[in-house]
Design a protein around this ligand. Sequence first.
Ligand SMILES: Nc1ncnc2c1ncn2[C@@H]1O[C@H](COP(=O)(O)OP(=O)(O)OP(=O)(O)O)[C@@H](O)[C@H]1O
Ligand SMILES: [Mg+2]
Length: 285
Amino acid sequence: MSVLMTAPLLGVDGLTIEIRGRTRHTIPVRGVTFAVRAGERLAIVGESGSGKSMTATAVLGLLPPGARITAGTITLDGAELTALSDDELRGYRGSVMSLIPQDPLGSLNPVRRVGWQIVEAIQAHERVSRVAARARAAELLTMVGIDEAADRLDAYPHEFSGGMRQRVLIAMALALRPRLLIADEPTTALDVTVQAQVLDLIDQLASEAGSAVILITHDLAVAAGRTDSIVVMRDGQVKESGPTARVLTAPATAYTRDLLESSPDLRRPRKSRFVLRDQREEVPS
Ligand SMILES: Nc1ncnc2c1ncn2[C@@H]1O[C@H](COP(=O)(O)OP(=O)(O)OP(=O)(O)O)[C@@H](O)[C@H]1O
Ligand SMILES: [Mg+2]
């Protein structure tokens, strides 16, 4: 097999990020290595502060001020991202890779109409007329389940509910059918009742666009039914990684076992399965 056939879409290898503050020097990401194949769904799971978002922002070239990649490589579709200029990275963002951010309100411009913001995002990468981009924006809103999309384009973000704003961000992130979509805790700001709907929507649209997905979550239950593989992070390092089914059924580290224990959603189905079997056995046939 040729190298091209086996090369992953995204390769993160030995990634190390350091932050030099005036008084403190920290290393929030230390030697992180993982790969994502085209179309694959990978979860990055770990407790708060484990370095999940820092890793994601490094891939997107959006590290916070003061944070710097001091070792390792990030390869996307054959290109070494850490060697690219800011301008070159901007060309990748939105089109080749995109982000669904953690905070739907903070990520939309409050003083710009929703439609205007989607049109801007489309026109930043594609040579299309404003009229065509607006029609496309309406299509995208319809696609993410927003009714009367054409009228809704003229609304401001504060006129949308939290769930609707998150849908707008999903529409924007997938507008250009990126090869890699990174969803950073995309449902934490949402009501529990719409969380599953929004995750389903991301799954469905990413499949249609053929995008690989990195789903960042602190909850293994979210990763369980939706991903092919899992990377478990703690203290800036990868504790273990592997196929989702293996990590969930035969965790290799005590830390992953603790995460499983602390996820009631994952324990419940196992228990109820036993209950069902017991009941069946008690029913005389
Ligand atoms: N802008 C920043 N400046 C300095 N340190 C930061 C900054 N952002 C994050 N950190 C630190 O880097 C470490 C990793 O943070 P990161 O945001 O990647 O965690 P996370 O795994 O995404 O957590 P969460 O689940 O809470 O989102 C933490 O110790 C955090 O305090
Ligand atoms: Mg985070």
